[in-house]
Design a protein around this ligand. Structure first.
Ligand SMILES: [Ca+2]
Ligand SMILES: [Ca+2]
Ligand SMILES: [Ca+2]
Length: 487
């Protein structure tokens, strides 16, 4: 052996004289052959393990639940889960008998809602009563992805050897979440893992010819992937194990919301199963967090003032309003319009939108006196509701109103934000009467939407004119808006 190497060295030395670049590679090979370096075990670098679904599986004792009903009560003690804190609406659950031989009736149910810390409701009735010595479980499963970079070369015939923690009791390959008191007795269920579904790949380095189909031994939680036909050097290897079932919380020392820590051991080995490199990577499944919020159903309605001198509804306001009054003031000129406006603004998250209705308690009466009937006017010491230029507008029918000798009180509308106004001024102050509740006339909608809105806004434009024979006095009425959301 030594003589052979020396001969090869001498042969190489002659090549060295011919070509410097070529010789460097060859002579390195020879020197390594003469003085082989010892292989030492190292730690796999850049190692990680990731659960696609880190949520712990759920298992509680079933206390009651009768066929034909949808309400289930769990035990408050003695199991991995002793409350409903980590059972969420939409979770798929099944019921296990005491011996945990599978889902009773092979039926899975969906959690509809959680009633209390020990009671939840299903979205469909139980087809079979629960085993009150058995359990309810919500299985959480997902893939486990392990990535690591080789330090030492895996020779042909060598392998990757992965150990995933499995429970020390129970069937660890039936897809039913397992349990135990700690990470040495609790673990992942292999869920009838098919060896061919384990995916092994690599990037970088020299790692040709692929990997053999893994050998899966669920009872010990091990997966062995052999590199049969060539070596693998310097590569970053990724192993993906699909559909592992996550463990339930430790039955001892577990804090809800705190992760349970598990170590996954990854080793590379030579053909004699001697370890080359190894590493333990941690995974930390934890209870899921139901992120939920209840948004109060809201309706905000604001009446706003409009100054005088503003163009609203195609005309110019002559009176400044406040949020709560239209102070027409002293009307000294007959057969002339006075105009005022207010803004109405609505925001609501109501799914069915909203309506704003308008009403007046009566016509404007002298000193607030009664104005009996729908057409009360001067003869009754009232300012009549306008009938517009056509003489036909009412609280339900809009009509143009541009001639001030057509006396009365009325209003028109204009959109500011959105298109929620019930009708529009049309440039000719198309107006309606305000419904007279004394008659009574029905309240009428001035603003509405069938969807939620944010700060939709309109102008309500009020107009008044009186005749020269209107009796002197102080006239007023009360106009009221009612905003209603449809939840
Ligand atoms: Ca199991
Ligand atoms: Ca009236
Ligand atoms: Ca009327």
């Amino acid at each position: 052996m030594k003589n052979l190497n020396i001969k090869r060295y001498l042969a190489t030395f002659s090549v060295f004289l011919l070509s410097l670049s070529f010789s460097l590679a060859i002579s390195f090979f020879i020197i390594k052959s003469i003085y082989p370096t010892e292989t030492s075990a190292a730690t796999l670098t850049s190692a990680s393990a990731t659960l696609s679904n880190p949520r712990l599986s759920y298992r509680a004792g079933a206390n009651s639940g009768v066929a034909g009903t949808s309400t289930v009560e769990i035990d408050a003690t003695g199991n991995p889960d002793n409350n409903t804190n980590h059972l969420f609406p939409g979770d798929s659950v099944c019921f296990l008998n005491q011996g945990i031989t599978g889902c009773i009736g092979s039926v899975n149910y969906t959690v509809a809602n959680i009633s209390s810390t020990t009671i939840f409701n299903l979205s469909s009735p139980l087809t079979t009563s629960v085993d009150t010595s058995g359990y309810v479980t919500a299985t959480q499963s997902g893939s486990l992805t392990m990535t690591f970079t080789l330090v030492n070369t895996i020779p042909a015939g060598g392998n990757i050897f992965i150990t995933i923690p499995v429970a020390s009791t129970g069937n660890v390959n039936d897809g039913i979440p397992d349990t135990g008191s700690s990470n040495t007795t609790d673990g992942f269920d292999f869920n009838k893992l098919e060896p061919t579904s384990v995916n092994v790949s690599s990037t970088g380095g020299t790692c040709a010819d692929g990997w053999n189909t893994p050998v899966v031994a669920s009872a010990s939680g091990t997966i062995t992937v052999t590199k049969a036909t060539s070596s693998c050097a310097g590569a970053t290897v990724t192993v993906v194990v699909p559909n592992l079932v996550n463990p339930t919380p430790f039955t001892s020392g577990h804090t809800q919301g705190g992760a349970d820590y598990y170590k996954i051991a990854i080793a590379t080995r030579d053909g004699g199963n001697n370890t080359l490199d190894s590493v333990n990577v941690g995974v930390a499944p934890v209870e899921g967090v139901l992120v939920s919020a209840t948004v109060d159903q809201t309706l905000a309605f604001t009446v706003g003032a409009v100054a005088s001198g503003q163009t609203k509804c195609g005309t110019t306001t002559t009176i400044a309003s406040t949020a709560y009054s239209i102070p027409w003031g002293t009307i000294v000129t007959a057969n002339a319009f006075k105009d005022a406006a207010q803004t109405l603004e609505v925001s609501t998250n109501a799914s069915g939108g909203y309506t704003v209705n308008i009403e007046e308690n009566d016509q404007m009466g002298m000193n607030g006196g009664a104005c009996v009937g729908a057409t009360a006017g001067e003869a009754n010491n009232c300012i009549k509701d306008t009938t517009c230029d056509s003489g036909t507008c009412t609280q339900t029918t809009a009509s143009a109103w541009t001639t001030a000798t057509n006396n009365g009180l009325g209003y028109s509308l204009e959109n500011i934000t959105g298109t929620d106004a019930a009708f529009l001024h049309g440039g000719n102050f198309t107006a309606k009467q305000i419904p007279d509740r004394e008659v009574p006339e029905d309240k009428q909608t001035v603003m509405s939407n069938v969807d939620p809105v944010s700060a939709n806004k309109i102008n309500v434009c009020y107009r008044i004119s009186i005749s020269g024979t209107q009796p002197a006095g102080y006239y007023y009425n009360k106009v009221k808006y009612t905003a209603t959301a449809t939840f």
